[in-house]
Design a binder for this molecule. Structure first.
Ligand SMILES: C[S@@+](CC[C@H](N)C(=O)[O-])C[C@H]1O[C@@H](n2cnc3c(N)ncnc32)[C@H](O)[C@@H]1O
Length: 285
């Protein structure tokens, strides 16, 4: 199992939907519909959010293969979409076994920043043996900012970004640098590649998602802090954010979490680059 929780994926999906770069989404659809191949493969599909983003916009019927290694997420995808999708359980590290037959488009959301350079190189090498295009959305590029800055923002982001470089099952991940490596590999592999920004912008309306994120980030930051000084400086923020959602503390925690005073709309902006999500890559044949 991957450690990704279906409820967390559901919480973030509205922010993901808003973040998707519309021009790249359109280009992805055009790429999918421009060949005689009729299948779309979503790798690291989770519960199927890319399917939900793409399928209503398609003008021609397409066969969706949803590929992931986490049976709980695949069960949820099956529960939500039944026969509209083909579910395939497998490990992306077995690149040779990817079901790429008759695929016009490979899609991935929130995946490549988990991956190592070695994995990305192997993946692109395999992809370029096919005529499929790639749409890779929502790759975190290392930038976050809050509408109300806090002196510890920089430390929090730096430690979060350091945490991103850990091994997420593909070898040490490239984290914020993944989109650049992916773009470079695609260009080397003969793909015409476009990238665009696809920032998450969260306001008070995204309270559930933003609270969950801030708790996770603080936990990760606390775990990755190496200096006692920074650890102790960040402690109060961590503590405050951890208290989010705990009854009586909920209101003040949300205020602290997003550095927004009570009564103000809280907002947090995370810059993400869809590399390929914000990147559409079409093989030049
Ligand atoms: C951040 S989640 C994104 C899920 C989905 N694409 C979305 O946007 O909601 C990353 C996904 O990659 C999957 N994943 C991670 N490592 C994998 C591997 N080695 N093989 C297959 N799937 C993997 C996880 O199970 C998870 O569903």
């Amino acid at each position: 199992m991957s450690g990704f929780d279906k409820d967390w994926l559901a919480l973030r999906e509205p922010a993901d939907v808003r973040a998707r770069n519309q021009a790249l989404l359109k280009a992805a659809i055009e790429a999918a519909e421009s060949t005689s191949a009729t299948a779309i493969l979503d790798i690291g599909c989770g519960t199927g959010s890319t399917f939900r983003a793409l399928s209503p916009r398609l003008r021609k019927p397409a066969h969706f293969r949803l590929f992931d290694y986490d049976p709980r997420l695949l069960d949820e995808a099956q529960r939500q979409h039944g026969n509209a999708v083909e579910i395939i359980q497998g490990d992306l590290n077995q690149i040779g076994a990817l079901p790429l037959a008759d695929i016009s488009l490979v899609t991935a959301s929130a995946l490549f920043d988990l991956c190592s350079e070695e994995f990305i190189r192997r993946f692109v090498a395999r992809l370029s043996q096919t005529a499929a295009s790639l749409y890779a959305a929502l790759n975190y590029d290392g930038r976050m900012r809050w509408s109300k800055p806090h002196p510890l923002d920089e430390a929090v982001v730096a430690n979060f970004n350091a945490h991103q470089l850990g091994d997420k099952g593909f070898g040490f991940s490239l984290g914020p640098r993944a989109w650049e490596t992916l773009t470079a590999c695609l260009k080397e592999g003969g793909y015409a590649t476009t990238t665009a920004e696809s920032p998450w912008v969260m306001t008070a309306d995204d309270r559930g998602c933003s609270c969950h994120s801030s708790m996770a980030w603080c936990a990760q930051c606390t775990n990755t802090l190496s200096s006692t000084r920074t650890r102790s400086a960040t402690g109060p923020i961590s503590g405050a954010r951890w208290s989010i959602g705990t009854g009586a503390y909920a209101r003040s925690a949300i205020r602290i979490s997003w550095r927004s005073a009570a009564g103000e709309a809280a907002s947090c902006r995370i810059s993400e680059r869809k590399l390929q999500s914000n990147t559409i890559s079409v093989p030049i044949l």
